[in-house]
Design a protein around this ligand. Structure first.
Ligand SMILES: Nc1ncnc2c1ncn2[C@@H]1O[C@H](COP(=O)(O)OP(=O)(O)OP(=O)(O)O)[C@@H](O)[C@H]1O
Ligand SMILES: [Mg+2]
Length: 244
């Protein structure tokens, strides 16, 4: 069987493209699943395909409707904290290979903790999947990434409507809820953290695309990284309006 591109779901099993770092991600998921966290259980990989179990709950495009309440945001922060805590002290395999350049920072970060990668039930985050770009990092890396999506640091009305937000959107309350759910205690310059993480995310897409990985190679060819550049200015503008 050759390399697959798309994700296939068959009952309880998710088939995804195998990557050079799949063995490392499976080792991490084995640890987390074994510790009782609601993440995919790795089944096997080979022939270009990795297989993991489906995390129960609603996800993907159905996730937007579940993350509208402030309590929903808090639950996502809480779950991210539990997952991070469970990686403390875990030793990656000696031949570990992660998708992106990294610097160890005490935990292993998911790398893409946006609403669509959480599984939801009745507006509460009950699972976290799509661990492809996990990497050892500091907690702020994932927290800042999540804040961009959960606040959100976006002000395009069409995009906000698509995600289900209306004029009642209270970004300050959502930022506070995510940090509160996570149990974040240190002072934090949210806008600085979010924009640094946004730039890293763009750089990582270029890194993966230049190495021929999919779908990033297509994104780079289509010029997406350049078009994402203005996201940092958007986040600064939103932050300024909020007085953050
Ligand atoms: N282990 C899983 N548990 C539950 N749902 C899953 C799982 N893996 C994938 N899915 C579903 O399949 C969709 C795509 O999977 P995944 O997020 O892993 O791939 P992706 O390439 O990042 O796609 P996307 O860009 O849509 O996030 C998810 O949005 C979710 O609905
Ligand atoms: Mg995904």
């Amino acid at each position: 069987m050759g390399q697959i591109r798309a994700v296939h779901i068959n009952k309880n099993v998710v088939e995804r493209p195998q990557k050079p770092w799949t063995h490392t991600v499976h080792a991490l998921l084995n640890h987390l699943h074994g510790a009782g966290l609601p993440v995919p259980e790795p089944l096997d990989f080979g022939g270009g395909v990795e297989r993991v179990t489906l995390v129960p709950g609603e996800a993907g495009s159905d996730a937007w409707a579940h993350q509208l309440r402030v309590e929903s945001v808090r639950s996502a922060g809480r779950l991210l904290r539990r997952v991070h805590d469970a990686t403390v002290g875990w030793e990656p395999p000696t031949d570990a290979n992660w998708a992106v350049p990294f610097s160890p920072g005490g935990v292993v970060c998911h790398g893409d903790p946006q609403p669509a990668n959480f599984a939801w039930r009745d507006g509460i985050a009950v699972g976290l999947f799509d661990w492809d770009v996990a990497r050892p990092a500091n907690r702020l890396s994932d927290v800042a990434y999540a804040l961009e999506w959960f606040a959100p640091f976006e002000d395009d009305l069409t995009e906000l409507r698509f995600r289900g937000f209306d004029e009642t959107l209270d970004r300050r309350a959502r930022v506070a809820a995510f940090l509160g759910g996570y149990g974040w205690e240190e002072p934090i310059d949210v806008v600085a953290a979010v924009t640094v993480r946004q730039q890293t995310a763009i750089d990582e897409v270029v890194y993966l695309g230049e190495r021929g990985h999919h779908p990033q190679a297509e994104w780079v060819a289509a010029g997406w990284p350049d078009r994402w550049g203005p996201k940092l200015a958007t986040a600064r503008r939103v932050g300024e309006k909020l007085g953050l």
